[in-house]
Design a protein around this ligand. Structure first.
Ligand code: IPM
Ligand code: MG
Length: 354
C-alpha cells in the first residue's frame, strides 16, 4: 500500500525519537512491500521561534494531506512562562481540535522484564494490560473559560454534551468487546453535573453492548484502585482531564514513561500518534532517550490509520524481543554504563524485525 505520513518532531527529544520510529516504519515498508512517504512539518516551541505560531497553517495543510501524523513532543523551559501569550501546548490542543481527534487511546502494559523499575511490587504487575480511552476534544480543556477582574479571578468550565460522551463511549465499548469484555467508566458524578450526564450517557450506550460488563468508579477511588488492583482493569473510559491525570499515574505500571504510546483518532481513519511522555529537554540531543514509546506509536499508526495489523504486531513483537534480549536505554537500565543509545537500541529493534 501507499501512505503519506507527516512527522511533527517538535521540541526537546522529539526529533531524536521520531527519527528512530521513521527508520522502523521504513524497514517495515520495505519488508512488506509498502511505500510510505514522509513529510516533516513544524509544531510546538520550534514553530513559535520560527513563525510565532505553535501550529502554523502550513503544518495544518501538510497534516490534512496525510493519512496519519507521527508527533514527537512539544514544550521546553524557554517557552513555559505562564504569562506568555503563545505556548507550545496550544499547538497540540489546536491540532486535536482541528482534526476532531476525540478518542485518545493509551494502552498500558507491564513488561515483566522491567518490573524492577516500577515502584509497585512485581506480583501486582503480573497481567497488567489496560487500555485508556480518554475523551480528547471537550471537557474542561475546551469548555468556556475566562480570566476576569484584572487577574484576580479565572474560571474554566467542564462541559460535556450527550453526543460527545456517546461517541467516545462507543469507541471504548467496541474496544472492550475485542479485548476482555470489561469497561470501567470514570467520573465524579457525586459532585459534578457534567459527570452525572457522563454516567447517564455511558449507561445508556451500554444497552447496545450487552456482552460488555460496565462499572462506574469515581475518579478519586479510581486513582487508588489503579495502583492497588491494576490487573483488574481492562478498558477504562474517562473525560479529558481525568484521563490525562490517570493515564500518567498508570504509566508507573510500565516501569518508565518512555514505554507508552498513544493514538488520537477521529471518526474516520485519520490519527495523530505520539508517545505520552514529554519533550525531556534535559536529555535532548544527547542521544540517550528511550525510543520505545514512539516506535510503539508508529505500530498504532499502522494498526489504526493504515489497517496493517500484521505489520503493527511485528513491530510490537520486535520491541518485546529486544527487551527480552536485555537491550536497554538508560532510563530502564540496571547498569547505566551498559545502556544503549537511542540509535543503538533502535538498531536492535530493526534486527529483530527481520
Ligand atoms: C497529554 C499532555 C497534554 C494534555 C498537554 C501537553 C497539553 O499532558 O497529552 O497528556 O494535557 O493533554
Ligand atoms: Mg498528560
Amino acid at each position: 500500500m501507499q501512505a503519506k505520513i507527516v512527522t511533527l518532531p517538535g521540541d526537546g527529544i522529539g526529533p531524536d525519537i521520531v527519527a528512530e520510529a521513521v527508520r522502523v516504519m521504513q524497514q517495515v515498508a520495505q519488508q512488506y512491500g509498502h511505500t510510505f512517504t514522509f513529510e516533516e512539518a513544524m509544531m510546538g516551541g520550534c514553530a513559535i521561534d520560527a513563525t510565532g505560531n505553535p501550529l502554523p497553517d502550513e503544518t495544518i495543510a501538510a497534516c490534512e494531506s496525510a493519512d496519519a501524523v507521527l508527533l514527537g513532543a512539544v514544550g521546553g523551559p524557554q517557552w513555559s512562562d505562564p504569562t506568555a501569550a503563545v505556548r507550545p501546548e496550544q499547538g497540540l490542543l489546536k491540532l486535536r481540535h482541528h482534526f476532531d481527534l476525540f478518542a485518545n487511546l493509551r494502552p498500558v502494559k507491564a513488561y515483566p522484564a522491567l518490573a524492577q523499575y516500577a515502584p509497585l511490587r512485581a506480583e501486582l504487575l503480573a497481567d497488567v494490560d489496560i487500555l485508556f480511552v480518554r475523551e480528547l476534544t471537550s471537557g474542561i480543556y475546551f469548555g468556556p473559560r475566562q480570566e476576569q477582574g484584572n487577574g484576580t479571578e479565572a474560571h474554566d468550565t467542564m462541559y460535556y454534551n450527550v453526543e460527545q460522551v456517546e461517541r467516545v463511549a462507543r469507541v471504548a465499548f467496541e474496544a472492550a468487546q475485542k479485548r476482555g469484555g470489561k469497561l470501567t467508566s470514570i467520573d465524579k458524578a457525586n459532585v459534578l453535573a457534567s459527570m452525572r450526564l457522563w454516567r447517564r450517557v455511558v449507561t445508556d450506550v451500554a444497552t447496545d453492548y450487552p456482552d460488555v460488563t460496565l462499572e462506574h468508579i469515581l475518579v478519586d477511588a479510581a486513582a487508588m484502585y489503579l495502583m492497588k488492583y491494576p490487573s483488574d482493569f481492562d478498558v477504562v473510559v474517562a473525560g479529558n482531564m481525568f484521563g490525562d491525570i490517570l493515564s500518567d499515574e498508570t504509566s508507573i505500571l510500565a516501569g518508565s514513561l518512555g514505554m507508552l504510546p498513544s493514538a488520537s483518532l477521529n471518526a474516520g481513519t485519520f490519527g495523530v500518534y505520539e508517545p505520552i511522555h514529554g519533550s525531556a529537554p534535559d536529555i535532548a540531543g544527547k542521544g540517550i532517550a528511550n525510543p520505545i514509546a514512539t516506535i510503539l506509536s508508529a505500530a498504532l499508526l499502522l494498526r489504526h490509520s493504515l489497517h496493517l495489523e500484521t505489520e503493527a504486531q511485528t513491530i510490537e513483537n520486535a520491541v518485546n524481543a529486544t527487551l527480552e534480549q536485555g537491550a536497554r536505554t538508560v532510563d530502564i537500565a540496571a547498569d547505566p554504563a551498559a545502556a544503549l543509545s537511542t540509535t543503538a537500541f533502535t538498531d536492535q529493534v530493526l534486527a529483530q524485525l527481520k
